[in-house]
Design a protein around this ligand. Structure first.
Ligand SMILES: [Zn+2]
Length: 242
């Protein structure tokens, strides 16, 4: 697969990198009263509704913190982190002073928590960050940190229910792509993915795709990225263990 010289067509490339919304529909969470529009891949809409209904029946209110994210938004996150205008955390989640870091240290620290623009699964429309709106007051400030989903946290019961559903293959096609810590991307118990859609993109997500992406933009830290392109691709895009 790595040797394939041909790359995906332009439409698919745009879908994989969050540069089109043509295949998306609105999936505004019942719990969300904010103005922000939530978009999801049209093929994942009905399965998500079924999952929401299952959650209600079990006494939860499956709410969406984040769904489709476009390329520009992910690029802004990256640029701000690389420029030290947004907090950067170490591999073990300590706040770092970016002035103390080499470019290479900065690169690995950002990658642990933020996908390189164009490689986020949130570009696909198949992936969502979810929580239980019934477990917290309406003015709760969601942080999306592991503690909220661990025993004692407000979403521990919701997580246990959802993980059980996934384990029994009853989650309407959704699964956790970041369940294990392989040393690359940090585990995210709140992140679920609709497999039938995600799998199509995942299969096209090869090194030729990654190179086309790298060649298409002027990146912050581009020298470091070019130097470690193969490792970044394996660890942070393909999620291969070290
Ligand atoms: Zn996520």
């Amino acid at each position: 697969m790595r040797n394939k010289s041909a790359c995906v067509d332009d439409r698919l490339f745009a879908e994989m990198t969050g540069q089109t919304e043509a295949h998306l529909v609105s999936c505004r969470s019942r719990a969300s009263s904010g103005a922000a529009e939530l978009l999801i891949h049209k093929d994942a809409f009905e399965p998500l509704e079924r999952l929401r209904n299952k959650a209600s029946e079990a006494g939860f209110e499956l709410a969406i913190a984040s769904s489709f994210r476009n390329f520009d938004r992910q690029q802004r996150i990256w640029q701000e982190k690389a420029a030290g205008k947004r907090p950067v955390y170490s591999v073990d989640n300590r706040l770092l002073d970016t002035a103390d870091l080499s470019d290479e240290e900065l690169l690995w620290s950002i990658l642990r928590w933020s996908a390189l623009p164009g490689t986020s699964r949130h570009h696909w429309g198949s992936d969502l960050d979810v929580y239980d709106a019934a477990a917290v007051p309406t003015d709760y400030r969601l942080q999306l940190v592991p503690q909220e989903y661990e025993p004692g946290g407000p979403f521990a019961d919701f997580r246990q229910w959802l993980d059980g559903l996934i384990a029994n293959d009853e989650a309407e096609g959704f699964f956790h792509p970041y369940a294990q810590d392989t040393g690359g991307v940090a585990p995210e118990p709140w992140h679920i993915s609709y497999r039938p859609v995600a799998e199509r993109y995942w299969q096209q997500c090869d090194f030729a795709f990654f190179q086309r992406l790298m060649d298409s933009e002027a990146w912050p830290l581009s020298e470091e990225i070019a130097q470690h392109a193969d490792l970044i691709f394996r660890r942070f895009v393909r999620l291969e263990p070290a």
